[in-house]
Design a protein around this ligand. Structure first.
Ligand code: WQD
Length: 376
């Protein structure tokens, strides 16, 4: 007998089948307060990720779980491309005006180097598609938004650790798409302050995987990012034992780039805290009299260098990595370490899991799934 349990709130996650998205969907389901809808075009993901999230959520339900709880682990998956406006509208029509309580917008192209080669594709997918999504949200009276942004909006920051008040000066088309989308969302919240509430989450470097090893990062093709590349090397998916280090002449303690790595589940939990803050009772907009829009850094406030990461992965995997120092990679900046105090103070966010845990969870996922979610 369900006593006083309201029906779950529909939350739509774009990019729900991706690395971040699947962990966010998992955390949404854990609360048993939300019914998840996912829009994903499969560009950098496979539906299997959400099949496994649903299985994980069901396995973790208490034995006395109600029928409603079991139903709330069902994920409405839509294989839709956000640049196809009619398809997106069709998804919203299924739930009707006001039927979607909130939206977490994660879907985007995110490779800095690639964005310099195909800028129009990045502007189309990350900016134009966000504009049409916002228009459709408006049509269907869905005015709560958590937006996935990135530390790359800071470009080469003047001070580190980086506070949110730092001037945004992205220098890659990818980073600029994130600045533009934040600006558009901010302007929309100023235009309709009584309707819109939005929180932008500036991700630092997510790493690791759910400790079960059932879900994790599964980039298509050769990973561009350091940690998945090291995992592919250790599992033999990349036939190299030498990690090319992109420069050791940076002004950092060991000359290699420093980044703020945080566990992907800590990052995902930050999305739940942001969503909670959009329920109208939160203090997060106390210093925003004209518009309910705010951006938060999601990081640990602790930077680790490339060489430190390699060492941590050597410990976690037992793989004997060799390193070779080569030239710098275009677009890299010396140090992106977050000042996480605002999110800690106002959202109650705390990225507590340490690097060893991130590397162990990453290796647990990769060693159990050498080919990721399947043949690609
Ligand atoms: C980390 C460090 C490299 C590979 C990326 C995206 C960014 C954001 C987070 C979305 C850098 C070095 C890497 C290699 C190396 N994604 N490296 N050899 O660049 O901080 O950010 O992920 O928001 O948009 O660019 O992460 O993992 O690519 O690199 O030396 O083979 O490892 O130079 O210093 P990055 P990364």
């Amino acid at each position: 007998e369900e006593t006083g349990s309201a029906s779950p709130l529909n939350v739509l996650v774009t990019g729900g089948a991706g690395y971040i998205g699947s962990h966010v969907v998992y955390c949404l389901q854990k609360t048993r307060r939300y019914k998840v809808i996912s829009i994903d075009n499969g560009h950098n993901s496979l539906p299997e990720a959400l099949v496994r999230v649903g299985q994980l959520s069901r396995e973790e339900l208490p034995p006395d779980a109600s029928e409603r709880d079991i139903q709330s682990t069902e994920i409405d998956m839509h294989n839709v491309d956000l640049t196809k406006e009619e398809q997106v509208r069709g998804v919203f029509e299924k739930y009707g005006k006001g039927g979607i309580w909130g939206l977490i917008h994660i879907a985007a192209y995110k490779a800095v180097g690639e964005s310099t080669e195909i800028p129009l594709t990045y502007y189309q997918n990350n900016v134009a598609a966000t504009i049409s999504l916002l228009q459709i949200m408006s049509e269907f009276e869905c005015y709560r938004l958590v937006y996935s942004s990135s530390a790359t909006v800071y470009g080469t920051p003047p001070i580190v650790p980086i506070p949110e008040s730092t001037r945004l000066q992205a220098d890659s088309p990818y980073g600029k798409t994130k600045v533009m989308a934040e600006t558009i969302i901010d302007d929309l919240c100023h235009a309709e302050p009584e309707k819109w509430q939005a929180i932008s989450l500036r991700y630092f470097n997510p790493a690791g995987a759910h400790p079960s090893g059932r879900i994790g990062e599964d980039p298509k093709g050769r990973p561009g990012n350091l940690l998945p590349l090291l995992a592919h090397m250790a599992v033999g998916r990349v036939k190299e034992a030498v990690l090319k280090v992109f420069g050791n002449d940076y002004p950092t303690h060991d000359g290699t780039c420093v980044r703020d790595y945080l566990h992907v589940l800590d990052l995902a939990s930050g999305h739940l805290l942001a969503l909670d803050a959009l329920d109208g009772n939160s203090q997060v907009f106390h210093d925003r009299p004209n518009a309910r829009f705010k951006a938060y850094n999601l990081g640990k406030g602790r930077g680790m260098s490339v060489l430190e990461i390699v060492e941590a992965m050597r410990l976690a995997t037992g793989f004997d990595y060799r390193t070779e120092i080569i030239g710098r990679r275009r677009g890299d900046v010396p140090d992106l370490t977050a000042d996480p105090t605002l999110a800690e103070k106002e959202l109650g966010f705390k990225a507590s899991q340490d690097l060893g845990t991130m590397c162990r969870d990453l290796w647990n996922w990769q060693s159990k799934n050498p080919q990721g979610y399947g043949e690609q």
